[in-house]
Design a protein around this ligand. Sequence first.
Ligand code: APR
Length: 231
Amino acid sequence: MKNLVVLSGAGMSAESGIPTFRGADGLWEGYRIDEVATPYAWEQDFRKVLQFYNERRRGVLQAKPNRGHEILAELESLANVHVITQNIDNLHERAGSSKILHLHGEITKSRSTKNPRLIYDIDGADLKEGDLCALGSQLRPHIVWFHEEVPMMEPAISITYTADVFLIVGTSLQVYPASGLVQYVKPGTPIYVIDPSASTIPGAENFKVISEGASVGMEKFRQMFLEEYGY
Ligand code: APR
């Protein structure tokens, strides 16, 4: 089986009703990143940060995987699929994908502000003031904020290097180091991109472009994959 490595971004979940970041009604249109998604924001007003992620978590829990997530999970019958996602939602998991690496954390988890290795599932929608880790410190969202290290980058690079086919779905490739993963695809490996505005993706001129949303685009990709690598 071919190794299919997928890098997904917010556009993967757009058809599930979860806003992207830099689109017309993008999330960062409504919030200042330095007020809700940086260590400084947490130091200045951790209650505001907790509320920001509680609101987003409720949206994720109400959302459902779309056909794009489902087709990606179905592709596991045709290929050895690894999903590397920038998304903090759990829609890939809920659609049935089995090998998923979250580069920017997971909104359904919290972690200790004393020891980052202490990670907990969040039961229900909210993480509250006074929810403490085993060491007695306030729990924070298990999310990689801007200006923080991306601890899963090394494993993501190793996975990317194994790709026989690399698929980019729903990301503007504007945020580093995640966007840098494309540099680790072995030369000569076909790279596909699924994005309605794929022409704005850096490097898209070298990619096989499917200018569609995730649901339609994933179906077209599946057809191309079957034709190219027929089973
Ligand atoms: N299907 C596929 N792609 C779509 C769809 C859709 N229905 N709708 C929009 N898109 C595309 C947009 O054209 C854009 O290229 O999804 C991409 C979304 O880009 P961003 O909003 O920048 O999201 P993303 O690339 O995931 O952001 C990366 O930035 O804010 C940080 O940590 C956050 O993980 C996030 C990172």
